[in-house]
Write a protein that binds this ligand. Sequence first.
Ligand code: ACO
Length: 447
Amino acid sequence: MTVAEMEMPKTLGEPGKEEVEALSITDRRTGRVYEVPISNGTIRAMDLRQIKVKPEDFGLMSYDPAFMNTANCKSRITFIDGEKGILRYRGYPIEQLAENCTYLEVAYLLLYGELPNRKQYQEWERNITFHTMIHESLKKFMDGFNYDAHPMGMLIATVAAMSTFYPDAHNIFDPASRTKQTHRLIAKMPTLAAFAYRHSLGMPYVYPDNSLSYAENFLHMLFKMPSETYKPNPAISRALDVLFILHADHEQNCGTHAMRGIGSSHPDPYSAVAGAAAALYGPLHGGANEEVLKMLAEIGSKDRVPGFIKEVKEGKGEKRLMGFGHRVYKNYDPRARIIKKIADDVFEVTGRNPLLDIALELERIALQDDYFVKRKLYPNVDFYSGLIYQAIGMPTAAFTVLFAIPRTSGWISQWQEMLADPEQKIARPRQVYIGPEERQFVPIEKR
Ligand code: ACO
């Protein structure tokens, strides 16, 4: 069929609406030409469904394993330009927020879209501070874990268990209930995390102290000895607060996708946060900060860095340089740049982490190496954060928990945005079935 013989273009967008931008698709199976509207730099996958050979066909689908090029939602929360290394929350550059805000201010910004004024901030801070205690039975629940239970496993299970303590959380379309669960989740995550850590050491739990800031209180619950007074170091608590800001949201990553996906079937937010935290746990995601420290310890000294890089390159993807590479950033992760600066402030108090020299050497060599340059692999948020956590005194296994605490505000913001979005429904991807055609059952004795 020649172009002249082709059918008139068929517009697949909203009927009666004139589209300015459109994509012309020629179906070479039929010769038909379709005009698919373009909006916000995307076409709608559902517009493809009308492209058929026979009327009874299902219609064309897009195939996109791992969502490499599929937008699942419209969002007003976080903006990333991975090529340029830009990250903004609600329009504010991450560098400005890290410089000027507290984590709780940023959490408010993510949730409500604007930075709080002083009165709003005081009320917000008070609401969080007064929800930090956990139910005594939840404490007993935590006691049931083995002494060597991974803190992330404990956190995931305990957050899920919280749904049984707050049955009102099922009223997800009641704004007052959502606000209450938001306060509880943001407030109680540090308490759960600290209790998980204390449990692993066999130390008594330390209850929250309302006179302390969010980060100070967390440090207090982690490190206070029953027999001694504990005063959090201001440089350490500020560093932790900034780390919380940097980890608060990162648009549609694996954990957030889990939050939205689980949330789309309308369970309570505790169950959805537990699922999101489970996704974060993996070594390719938030678990990478733990893996970075293991890797640095395995390398052991600066002179062994070139040998390690060689192994990574020869491993062809089997062995990875943990804390390097990102699905979205094809440039230096802006969070890693800020973390590198915070590391200096922390090491001034704690003394230099000896693994830092190995990390710096790894970065130096990798950034010049053709393998990493060609693939645009740069340090990500996890590359330096673990060094700080270790210097603060956190055990390696607890690093991902430190990621989950601040990410909770991002998860809830994304969950609320999803619930309010009239275009969202229960998440239900399609598949391309490539298994056997219909066949007849064979009794067991004949197989
Ligand atoms: N070390 C060595 N090679 C790497 C690394 C790495 N860290 N990351 C990617 N590559 C290579 C891959 O082998 C692949 O090479 P190829 O083209 O020759 O096959 C190429 O770079 C592209 O990698 P993909 O795995 O296809 O990229 P993807 O976007 O799927 O992965 C990911 C992103 C998972 C973050 C990956 O870079 C990785 O595994 N990094 C290490 C783990 C890590 O640090 N994760 C934390 C990310 S930040 C966060 O989640 C908070």
